[in-house]
Design a protein around this ligand. Structure first.
Ligand code: C5P
Length: 226
């Protein structure tokens, strides 16, 4: 892959609730770089398959949906980019645990991952890209300038997700959320294709006792030093 030769890429991977979405967006804003929320592509694939009444265990059909996605990320000031599918803005339904669970199922399918690979690489554009996900450093942008793997304890991650979902007005239960996160992490780590794990050359940052700004500062310091 030749992307990094022209375009600097910063990858931020980690499990759900590790803070990578918030931190990734803040970094992109700080650096003036583009931002890729790769999880949104898996979520949209799940949502679009559901909307088209496709059996989400049918890998070939789900991969066809993934291939045909017309997705746009529309930057928002001080908020995550909104996502549009075939010209229609997709609301907060994309962020529900139900869609996250389906996303994790379709993400374990090699044909689906292959269908989304080039779409993800196409986000690498000047002046640079911050890419957030599970396999940005291990698979999609293997020669990124800097690779970060963010972790935090499952309890802290569940609390963060709880707060985020509550703020969006969803009815959530903390104990159930913790269970769902653990099931999803286990599937993401155990799958044979592009499992969730740090790249050999990733910097591992535990965000448990840190706020988002402190994590951003640590990453910016690493970027300067690398
Ligand atoms: O990050 P987010 O929670 O939106 O991701 C939803 C699901 O999409 C994850 O649980 C994971 O299974 C999948 N995913 C992935 N590879 C990525 C990003 C997300 O497999 N790069």
């Amino acid at each position: 892959m030749t992307t990094e030769k022209q375009v600097p890429v910063l990858t931020v991977d980690g499990p759900s609730g590790s803070g990578k979405g918030t931190v990734g967006q803040m970094l992109a804003q700080e650096l003036g770089w583009h931002f890729l929320d790769s999880g949104a592509l898996y979520r949209i694939t799940a949502l679009a398959s559901q909307d088209q009444d496709i059996d989400i265990t049918n890998e070939a059909q789900v991969a066809l949906v993934a291939k045909g996605l017309e997705i746009k990320f529309i930057p928002q000031k001080d908020a995550p980019p909104s996502v549009s599918l075939a010209g229609q803005v997709v609301g907060d339904v994309l962020r529900t645990e139900q869609i996250a669970e389906m996303a994790s199922q379709v993400a374990a399918m090699p044909k689906v991952r292959a269908a989304l690979l080039l779409k993800q690489r196409a986000f690498a554009q000047l002046p640079g890209l911050v890419a957030d996900g599970r396999d940005m450093g291990t698979n999609v942008f293997t020669d990124a300038r800097l690779k970060i793997f963010l972790t935090a304890s499952p309890e802290i991650r569940a609390q963060r997700r709880y707060k985020q979902l509550k703020e969006k007005g969803f009815d959530v239960n903390l104990a159930r959320l913790l269970e769902e996160i653990q099931v999803r992490d286990a599937r993401d780590q155990a799958r044979t294709v592009a499992p969730l794990k740090p790249a050999d050359d990733a910097h591992i940052l535990d965000s448990s006792g840190l706020d988002a700004q402190e994590v951003v500062q640590k990453v910016l310091d690493l970027l300067k030093a690398n």
